[in-house]
Design a protein around this ligand. Structure first.
Ligand code: ADP
Ligand code: MG
Length: 261
């Protein structure tokens, strides 16, 4: 009686070792429980194996999504299901919903959300970028100021090539809040270089409080601005988001609610 038990112990250990070598942690942690369930339910070997591999695939997909979201460096994770489209009449909901599918990123289109402060540009950009992560795309979300800072400091440390190579791997680069701060000449040139290199090869999404006609303030110099706008807007989904500030409306509503007895 002891011999078979030892044998099965040995087999058990070998199996665990193999599953570790094959990097199948979910199969390793679940196979015993599922085997008992399969025996109880009179399942075939194929059914058992299918269930087990399904769990491994699901765990792997959810880990990969978590890693993509982490690498995207979102300031907060926001979904479009919490966005109230009725609050901003100038925004075409249908078009936004279309961009939740990753086709535009596959075609290396750009997107631009332009409008005054507090109208939900960052929220929509975050929602679209999250949808891209869910569709398996590599995303990076940065404010324009932070992107320029990182470019400048990479250049100072002779790491620019490396930093640009990393950005190149990203399918969708989101550049939030272009226009609130203007850049040094070098900063503007570096940002221009990033956008120019991505032209027709990778997608860029920009949010800005400045209409295109005023982008010269950021990029200093009409020639560079014209060259940039020419490339950026060539294949670009443009969303105008002008309207009352949602932030402001919310604070008025909250203040009124506080006043009520
Ligand atoms: P912007 O980037 O245009 O300045 P934000 O996206 O930062 O505006 O929006 C300001 C705040 O209001 C955020 O907390 C955002 O989630 C919220 N918000 C803006 N518009 C909406 C909306 N239509 N539905 C729900 N929340 C909104
Ligand atoms: Mg914003």
């Amino acid at each position: 009686m002891t011999k078979p038990a030892n044998n099965s112990n040995h087999e058990h250990m070998l199996l665990r070792t193999n599953l570790k070598l094959l990097r199948l942690p979910t199969v390793s942690s679940e196979f015993e429980k599922l085997a008992r369930e399969a025996a109880g339910a009179n399942q075939s070997f194929e059914q058992y194996l299918l269930r087990l591999t399904e769990l491994e695939v699901a765990a792997r997909q959810s880990n990969a999504l978590r890693a993509r979201i982490k690498n995207a460096t979102f300031p907060v994770v926001k979904d479009l299901d919490t966005f109230d489209f009725s609050a901003i009449a100038s925004l075409n909901k249908q078009k936004v919903v279309e961009l939740m599918r990753p086709g535009w990123i596959d075609e290396h289109f750009n997107a631009c959300l332009v409008g005054n402060s507090g109208t939900g540009k960052t929220h929509v950009a975050l929602g679209l970028a999250l949808a891209a992560c869910r569709a398996g795309k590599r995303v990076r979300f940065l404010t324009a100021a932070s992107l320029v800072n990182q470019l400048e400091s990479a250049q100072k440390q002779y790491q620019l090539e490396r930093f640009l190579a990393k950005l190149e791997k990203v399918d969708l680069l989101v550049c939030d809040e272009l226009g609130y701060l203007s850049f040094s000449r070098t900063g503007a040139e570096l940002l221009f270089q990033v956008f120019a290199e991505r032209y027709e090869r990778r997608s860029v999404m920009i949010t800005s409080n400045l209409p295109f006609g005023e982008w010269g303030q950021v990029f200093q110099g009409e020639r560079m601005t014209a060259a940039l706008l020419d490339r950026f807007t060539h294949r670009c989904h443009i969303f105008e988001m002008n309207g009352p500030s949602y932030r402001f409306k919310e604070s008025v509503k909250n203040a009124k609610a506080r006043k009520k007895p």
